[in-house]
Design a protein around this ligand. Structure first.
Ligand code: BG6
Length: 482
């Protein structure tokens, strides 16, 4: 017998972004304002900027016509630079580009009947430009934003009515881009809906912790149903296209071999995988039914919901991979990362934002996900947020980024050798963009440097970092020369 020694021939190498982190042009060509565009820059790098959002701060932001306080309103102006940016992606050899469609460009308030033609036309231009270079679009339908009107009138996904509004949007874009988008994702990092406002658009800051969890799991149920309906729509409208789920995968290691720690870690892991369980297997896992009962959480379902979930599971499974965590039955010292808290792992280094870096964890994750689901996997985010220094001669020597990516790709290759069916890899943030968690510009991920600072000042000029040439070589050799 033998096993794969490298990446498959048709492996999809590329990069991933989200509309609200790159596009800018937040109020151009009929676009409506979104949940991402009412969030200010974090004052503390170890905290999430959206944690400060309240109903009052939203109302004040909606009334503010400037972009100075809200970095996601300006992004890196991909809206006007998309040709230049896609040309650079093509120069690196991208096979695929993951981006999201802003619902509010198509339906500014989220629930109109007629779409905004100028918004649809923008994505026509982006998709056509990608095809000019033979780059396949991978489109996220909902990446951490929704029209703010739906938050203010429906409390976002807490309302069942949001399902119909969203599926009107998904039907509209599936029909418009039929035959041009081979891969779609429904909700970005759907599990983070348990963390707060950014994923579900539900504002619940004054509630007790229990009531917040109740409303968030209910909102997530509505997203599960909307995701299944979108799957049905896509298969009917564009039978050749495939649709996937998207999880922020955070493998949990037991803090010690003590069985109580192993059991606590197992439960923590089940709570992370729960979302993919529903979307890929089509039903709520029993262990979560117990968790809901024990925590007095009740999910209200319509009579057909379970049948819809069972009938329309996703075609493939995608996830982001940045870190792993550690769980002990007795929590102990917690790592103060801004995206996830958990125990500190003494074997790992962490980034300046407290994210524990674990390349081997990516192999463990891929092997386990493949064993559990037996559906094709896609790593749709992985990368290093760092402070880059621009030299006087306009270079960025980002060997730390190359090192990070190299180690993760090596482990991905091991997973392929283990037999994992892996579709592709879109590293996060091929071009510098506004950070999701802190809305900083200075937390940079890109192969391409963008001249803009945290205050939005700069020429927006694009420059190639050292990692640009390195990734070009990786793609050219299909991951053989790292
Ligand atoms: C993921 C998100 O959580 O991580 C992206 O899907 C985000 O939107 C990425 O940008 C990195 O996070 P951050 O906070 O460093 O931008």
């Amino acid at each position: 017998t033998t096993y794969p020694k490298g990446f498959p021939k048709d492996f999809l190498w590329g990069g991933a972004t989200a509309a609200n982190q790159v596009e800018g042009a937040w109020n151009v060509d009929g676009k409506g304002i979104t949940t991402a565009e009412v969030v200010e820059k974090a004052t503390d790098r170890k905290k999430m900027s959206m944690d400060a959002v309240t109903t009052d701060s939203i109302k004040a932001a909606v009334a503010d016509p400037t972009d100075t306080r809200y970095p996601k309103r300006r992004g890196v102006d991909f809206y006007h630079h998309y040709k230049e940016d896609i040309k650079l992606f093509a120069e690196m050899g991208f096979k695929v580009y993951r981006f999201s469609i802003a619902w509010s460009r198509i339906f500014p308030k989220g629930d109109e009947q007629q779409p905004n033609e100028a918004g649809l036309a923008f994505y026509d231009r982006v998709i056509d430009e990608l095809h000019r270079y033979g780059i396949k679009p991978l489109v996220t339908l909902s990446h951490y934003e929704m029209p703010i009107n739906l938050t203010l009138t429906q409390n976002g996904w807490a309302s069942r009515a949001t399902i119909a509004a969203f599926n009107h949007f998904t039907e509209t874009v599936f029909k418009r881009y039929k035959g041009k988008v081979p891969y779609w994702l429904t909700f970005n990092e759907i599990n983070t809906g348990t963390w707060g406002f950014h994923e579900t658009g539900a504002i619940d800051t004054t509630m007790s912790k229990h009531d917040q969890m109740q409303i968030r799991y209910q909102a997530l149920h509505h997203q599960f149903v909307a995701s299944a309906i979108a799957t049905k729509q896509l298969h009917e409208i564009d039978p050749d296209a495939k649709i996937g789920s998207m999880l922020a995968r955070m493998q949990t290691y037991p803090g010690t071999p003590n069985p109580v720690d192993v059991q606590a870690a197992q439960l923590e892991d089940e709570k992370n995988l729960f979302f993919t369980d529903v979307q890929a297997r089509g039903e709520y896992p029993e262990v979560m039914n117990r968790f809901f009962a024990d925590n007095d959480i009740e999910i209200k379902m319509a009579p057909d919901d379970q049948a819809i979930l069972a009938k329309y599971p996703v075609d493939f499974i995608s996830f982001s991979y940045y870190m792993t965590t550690v769980t002990k039955a007795d929590a102990g010292e917690q790592v103060n990362g801004n995206m996830a808290t958990g125990g500190r792992n003494p074997y790992l280094e962490e980034s300046d934002w407290g994210w524990q870096i674990d390349p081997v964890g990516l192999r463990i994750t891929l092997d386990e996900m493949w064993d559990r689901y037996r559906k094709p996997l896609f790593v749709v985010e992985n990368g290093l947020g760092a402070v880059d220094q621009l030299t006087a001669d306009h270079q960025v020597h980002d060997d730390y980024r190359i090192d990070y990516l190299r180690k993760h790709i090596q482990q991905m290759r091991e997973a392929v050798a283990d037999g994992v069916q892996l579709m592709g890899y879109t590293m996060w943030g091929p071009i510098d963009l506004i950070s999701f968690s802190t809305s900083e510009m200075s937390k940079r991920y890109g192969f391409i440097y963008v001249d803009q600072d945290d205050a939005g000042k700069g020429s927006l000029k694009r420059l190639k970092k050292d990692s640009f040439y390195w990734y070009q070589k990786v793609i050219k050799t299909n991951g053989d020369d790292l």
